[in-house]
Ligand binder design. Sequence first.
Ligand code: SAM
Length: 275
Amino acid sequence: MELWYTEKQTENFGITAKITKTYVDEQTDFQKLDMIETEEFGTMLVLDGMVMTTVKDEFVYHEMVAHPVLFTHPNPEHVLVVGGGDGGVIREIMKHPKVKKAVLVDIDGKVIEYSKKYLPTIAGELDNPRVEVQVNDGFMHIHDHKNTYDVIMVDSTEPVGPAANLFTRGFYQGIYESLKEDGIFVAQTDNPWFKADLIQSVNKDVKEVFPIVRVYGANIPTYPSGLWTFTMGSKKYDPLQVDEASITEIETKYYTPRLHKAAFVLPKFVEDLVK
Ligand code: SAM
């Protein structure tokens, strides 16, 4: 008998993948966690019925969270990742020799544990000595660490359950205070097809807190609609002012120096959301 997994992306629409194996099917203290093997995208981490990452397309998201912001800040020594327990963003951060220390704060230790076990190509750098892993609420961590980080990356689940308060103006204010005087942050901000309201409200909130706000996109086939957005808030440095020649070579599959600025060129209907 064939087994298929469906993520309902809206009440009336979803994506479906053929499952060949189920490794984990567990309710953690915070969310429902599934680790499944799919025919088309390899091992897939699913939280509360939403695809978080797959072995085949994870590189797009993880590279596009980490590299645009790290190549915008001239000296990103201290970096914080809120969420990101699968370790993909940390793996990309570790490609930057300027980063002395990266702290990862995920609320759910089970995501970290199972990612190390079933997603080794993604989680492989979590034990790097430059990385400190904490199991904690990112909201609390931000409020307890003022003027601490050069760069903060928010790699959270969607704004339901434990991540609900990570999409609020209060959280962005906390991030502002947790950053040093020239700090920058980036957050994944969902898709413009089904979550236009969310993109608009995040954009409004971030603009009330940060002087420089930029939105960029990437194509991620297993995320709702395939078109994903990221919002950057910066105190001083503008990603659009980065000199392409200053971007050093690192091993990537999606991000390139030319893409750095190109990713900020948005389709008209997305541009209209964040004007
Ligand atoms: N790339 C994914 C996406 O956009 O679909 C998200 C990656 S997943 C690893 C996000 C992580 O955020 C989960 O491991 C979850 O436990 C964590 N998370 C959710 N709320 C959090 C909070 N308040 N503080 C810290 N981590 C949180």
